[in-house]
Each structure stands twice: as C-alpha cells, then as structure tokens.
Design a binder for this molecule. Structure first.
Ligand code: NDP
Length: 306
C-alpha cells in the first residue's frame, strides 16, 4: 500500500511530491492527461519568484519534476478513472485497469479550459476553434484571428498570437477587462490588436464548410449583429476544475471547486491542492504553495495514524 499518492503533475502536484519525497514518504505521482499541467500550454511565466527574466512554463515544470525525482518520487503515466474515498485503504482505479491503494491522497488535478458550448463552436473545435493559443497559434500565420475573453489568459493569448496572425480581435462581453492592468494595457496599446467591447459570439461560421471563416457577433448594448472574418477562434473564458473521478464524494462549491480547510477535504486522508480547490487566485505560485501545504498535512495525518 502507498503512503501518499499524488494525482496531477502541475505546480501543486509536483511541489507536493518534492515535500513528500523529502519527508521520506516515498510518494507515487499519477501524471494525468496533461503532464506538467496548464503551465505547459502557456508561454513565458513572468511572475514566478526566482526568475527575474521570466521562465518558460514547460521548463519550469520539467525542473520541478527533476527536483521531485531527485528525492525519490515515482511517476506513473495514466489517469485516475474512479476513486473510492470511503474505502479503507483509499482506492484508485487507473485508466490501464491498475488498482492503487493508499493511506493518503493529494488531489492536484487542476482545471481545464472552458468553451462557450454553442453548437457551431463545438463542431469546429480542432478545425479553427482552439482552447490553447500556445499549442495552436503557430498554425495561424498571416491570417486574422479572434480571442474570446477578458481575463489574463485572453490577454496573454492575444499578445502571443500577434507573433503569427495578421490581426487579433479580442472579443469581450463587458466594457472592462478582468485581466491585470499591466496585461490589459499591453493589449489595448498593441497595434495589431483590436478590442470589441460589449460583444458576444452568437455563432461560429462556417459549420457547412467544416472550417472557421468568421464569427457572427452581437453587441449586447446596441443589439446590433455583425460578422467578423477570421480563420481562428481562441476561446479563453476560464476553466473548470477536474473533479470527475471524485464526483459526489467530496464537498464542492457551487462552481464545482473542491472545498478545503488548510488543504484538507471533508474526507480524512484526502487532501487537495492547486486550481482544483482554488477558484480565487489560480496562480502557479499559489498552486505550488498549497501543494506544499497538502504534503505537510498528509505527513501530519500519517503521523497521527501511527
Ligand atoms: P478568468 O476567469 O480570469 O477570466 C475569464 C474571462 O472570460 C472573463 O473576462 C469572463 O468575462 C470571460 N467569460 C467567462 N465566461 C464567458 C462566456 N460564457 N462568454 C463570454 N465571456 C466569458 O480566467 P483566465 O483563464 O483568464 O484566468 C484564470 C486565472 O489565471 C486568473 O486568476 C488569472 O489572473 C490567472 N492567469 C495569470 C496569468 C499570468 O499572470 N501570466 C496568465 C493567465 C491566467 P467577465 O470578465 O465578464 O466575467
């Protein structure tokens, strides 16, 4: 039986692994469907302490993984498909059919990009609609694209896309960005970026052609409908916590984020760290911080069991 199983390899999971390994808890980390987590789909991280010139997201996660490995962390590829958190020992089923039993579990499964959910958008995902500018931006050289959203992700995506696209239109449903001022200022000042305020996407064109040729948009103040010619739509409207295998077993808030008290969930021996339990800060550094806290909590819990 494992002492500590950590699910997820973003900053929360890997930091938990560094701490658990250094505490001689011999942690096992389940890598998940996106090894390295969301930071591997972002470009430069400028606000992670210790990197005055910024650091590439994938590089940061590769370094943190090496640090965890140095102290003996074991990694296993695959996803958790089912969990029994009422069982003792705690039990996880993996995508390859393996069953893992553990005294403690740290859930650090993060959050995933959200989409609008309208039919035309769903049909064109992967055919001009993307949830990841860093992954797909380079496919859109010298063509016009749009970014939907007004948060930091939308700002970062829009700025990143200016390296490739002929023009970037940011579409935001309000007349003010949610993003940090510095990012918003960069977007507004950029000569290749135009902002459509108070605007929502009604339809992605053209499902018939099976490729994105434009958008039908509506100004929410004037109710005027218009069309925007673009070949790529990057949706950056937030994220959803990845709690699927634990559904119905752990307390969540009304948006689905796990409720924690100093990283402890409502089930003894089950801890959560990072974006899966944080709808407020959602930063790499806060995720790493809660990963550390969850590991210390797990260690204390195990000591209490002895
Ligand atoms: P946010 O939740 O911050 O922003 C989501 C944006 O999408 C909001 O502007 C929201 O509009 C808009 N939106 C949500 N739903 C819809 C919808 N159905 N239709 C149209 N628009 C919609 O998510 P982010 O992913 O941008 O950021 C998440 C966190 O990560 C934040 O804390 C952010 O600061 C952080 N982050 C930091 C970065 C950095 O520092 N380098 C980079 C990227 C993210 P409205 O404003 O009206 O609610």
């Amino acid at each position: 039986m494992e002492k500590v199983v950590i699910i997820g390899t973003g900053p929360a999971g890997l930091t938990a692994a560094v701490y658990a390994a250094r505490a001689n808890l011999d942690p096992l980390v389940i890598e998940g469907f996106q090894p390295g987590g969301q930071l591997t789909t972002t470009s430069e991280i400028e606000n992670y302490p210790g990197f005055p010139d910024g650091v590439d997201g994938t590089e940061l996660m590769t370094l943190t993984r090496k640090q965890a490995e140095r102290f003996g962390t074991r990694f296993k590829a695959g996803e958790v498909t089912e969990a029994c958190l009422d069982c003792r020992p705690l039990t996880l089923m993996l995508s390859d059919g393996e069953k893992i039993e553990a005294q403690t579990i740290i859930i650090a499964t993060g959050a995933s990009a959200q989409y609008l959910g309208i039919e035309s958008e769903q049909k064109l995902i992967g055919r001009g609609v993307s949830g990841c500018a860093t992954c797909d931006g380079a496919f859109y050289r010298d063509v016009p694209v749009a970014v939907l959203g007004g948060g930091d992700t939308a700002m970062e995506d829009a700025l990143f896309l200016t390296h490739f696209a002929s023009k970037v239109t940011v579409i935001h449903r309000r007349d003010q960005f949610r993003a940090s001022q510095i990012m918003a200022d960069r977007v507004v000042a950029h000569p290749k970026i135009e902002v459509l305020w108070d605007t929502v996407v009604e339809e992605v064109l053209d499902v018939e052609k099976n490729e994105v040729t434009g958008l039908k948009v509506r100004n929410v103040k004037t109710e005027v409908l218009s069309e925007l010619a673009i070949t790529g739509l990057f949706v950056a409207i937030g994220h959803k916590p990845n709690t699927g295998p634990f559904a119905g077993q752990l307390d969540t808030d009304h948006t689905g984020y796990l409720i924690t008290n100093n990283t402890r969930t409502n089930i003894d021996g089950v801890f959560a760290a990072g974006d899966v339990q944080d709808s407020i800060y959602r930063q790499a550094i806060t995720a790493a911080g809660t990963g550390c806290a969850a590991s210390i909590e797990a260690e204390r819990y195990l000591e209490g069991m002895e």
